[in-house]
Design a protein around this ligand. Structure first.
Ligand SMILES: [Zn+2]
Length: 78
C-alpha cells in the first residue's frame, strides 16, 4: 500500500518509505516538507486530497503501514 506525499500527492510504497528512505527523507515526507527535490522545487498541490494525505500521516505517526491503510480508506491512493 502507498503513502501519499501530502505536498505533491506522489504515491510512495510504505515499505520503500520505511526501509529505503533516510530518516531525514522520511520525516520530510511525513511532515509535509516534501518527498524529493522535484517536490520541494514545485509549489504544493492545491488538491483537497493533500489534507487527507497529511491527516493519515499525522494520525498514524510512525505506523506507516497504518497510514497507508488509512490513505487507502480515504480513497486517496486511486
Ligand atoms: Zn512530494
Amino acid at each position: 500500500m502507498d503513502i501519499i506525499c501530502p505536498r505533491c500527492l506522489e504515491p510512495w510504497d510504505s515499505s520503500y518509505v520505511q526501509h529505503e528512505m533516510t530518516p531525514e527523507e522520511r520525516q520530510d515526507l511525513q511532515t509535509g516538507k516534501g518527498c524529493s527535490c522535484a517536490c520541494r522545487a514545485n509549489p504544493p498541490s492545491s488538491s483537497e486530497k493533500t489534507a487527507g494525505a497529511s491527516a493519515a500521516l499525522q494520525l498514524r505517526g510512525e505506523d506507516l503501514d497504518g497510514a497507508a491503510a488509512l490513505t487507502d480508506n480515504f480513497g486517496l491512493s486511486h
